[in-house]
Each structure stands twice: as C-alpha cells, then as structure tokens.
Design a protein. Sequence first.
Length: 304
Amino acid sequence: MQINGVHIDDTFAEAFNMRGTRVIITAQSLKWAYHAANAMTGFATSVIGCGVEAGIERELPAEETPDGRLGVSVLMFAMGSKVLMQQLETRMGQCILTCPTAAAFSGIESEDMINLGKHLRYFGDGYQTSKQISGKRYWRIPVMDGEFLTEETTGMVRAIGGGNFLVLGTSQAQVLTACEAAIEAMKKVPNVIMPFPGGVVRSGSKVGSKYPKMFASTNDAFCPTLKGLVKTELSDDIESVMEIVIDGLTFEDIAKSMKLGIEAACGLGVAGGIKRISAGNYGGKLGPHHFKLHEILKPSEHLK
C-alpha cells in the first residue's frame, strides 16, 4: 500500500487497556483555562515514568460548559483505577485549585464515579459549602481570589492507550514537519489525546534492556545511527524516525485519528522526504488492541 508515494508497512500498532476520565476546566478567560489545563497535564506523557497520560482534548465555547464560561476539556488515562483516582486528586489540588478564576467539572458520565473535588473541600477548613443541582453535587471553597467551584465527582470509563504510528524519512526536519501536519489533523478528532511533547515522541522504546534494572530501552531497530550495529528496520536512505502515540476512549476514536494523521503525514510525499509509515508492536504480546494500518487506511463508514 502507498499514499502519495509513501510506503505503508503491513503491520499493526499494539495498544492496551486503560482507565480514562475527562475534566472540564473553565476560567475568567481562555488564557487562564489553558494555564490550569497545561499545569494539570504536565509531566503526563507516559505511564512508564509519569503514572498517568494526560492532554488537552479541545477548547470549549461558553455554551458547552456548565458555568457558561470559556474552557477546555482534559483527558487523563492510567493503567488502573487506583492510580487514576490518585493522580486526578493530586493534580486537581495542585494545578486547578491554585489557578486564579479556574473551576472544574465532570466531563464524562459513567456508572463508575471518582472523586474530583470531594476531598478538596477540606481545604476550605470548614467554611466550604455545597449545593446539589439536578442530582449533581458542587462544592464552593473559599480562596483568596473569591471562591473555587468544583463538581464533587466525575466519571471513569474503560479506555485504550498506546495507539501509534511511525513516520520515517530522509531528514529530521522533514519528518518533524510531517508529524506536525499529522498532529494538526488529529486534533480535530474528539475523545483522543497525543500525550507526548507537541504530540510527538522521538524516543520510541522496546521492552527490556541489557541493563537488568531497565524494563524499557531505545528501539534500536529504528535508530538511524545504529544501522551498522544492530538488526535494523531501516533502509540506507532513512535518517530520522518519529512516533505519534494516541490514547482514546474507544477503538474507533483512535483508528480515526490514526487514519487522519497518517494521511496528513503522507501529504508531504516522497518529494518531501517521507518514505515510510510503520507502527510499533511487540508481536501482539503487549496488548489486546491491534490497529492494523492497511485496514485503518481503507475507506470505512465507521471511521468517517
């Protein structure tokens, strides 16, 4: 399979089960909503070292937020419920409670509910007040700029992490340009995030290492500088490889974002230095969700 002259490997991205939640953050202005969201999603690129993977999903107009202010929605993913709950509460307290004019609300409905502001109310030192509206409980916590308003709980759902594809090209600059185009296209898809810096990761990994204490190490088969030292997956003309990782609420959400991203990356074509699109997997042993590139890129009603 080729798109605009770019070869698409007959392989699959291997993804795994996660738990996810969505938080709606509003503020006096979009600038301050972003300040809160950026702080909340900091150091949240990979569960390998961060515990949680998080990112800003999209901007929200005033008519889509509970308090009628501009806001952003944040998605957070973790390998288990306990970790997700702990990370959410910690980040709420350190990043949203502290941010001037910010408020936080549930962004997803589910039978499984987890604490959003339930425990943060104790910061009010007994002066906090609550009100129940349409079956939902809200807390008003006195702070120095006025009040911090937060919903008590938010939903937690089953989700998928680790969807991915690799962009291979003849130079670092060309591959990064292709990845930037892919990310811009993928941002239009709801229910997904690309948690790495700018949505792109250069340090793709493999399971295991020559060092016993390391459970993940550099994906040497795709490192251009190691072509003569390892069993490489790269041809002589490939000088740079970058990866885009996607977390999402459903298989279809991730598949759609991958399709749009790959097509955008291939828009540069071979003339733009893009030679191949591939994906990271571990032979199907890591996770149960397999995103087969050739199937994703075929016209399909459910991906439109």
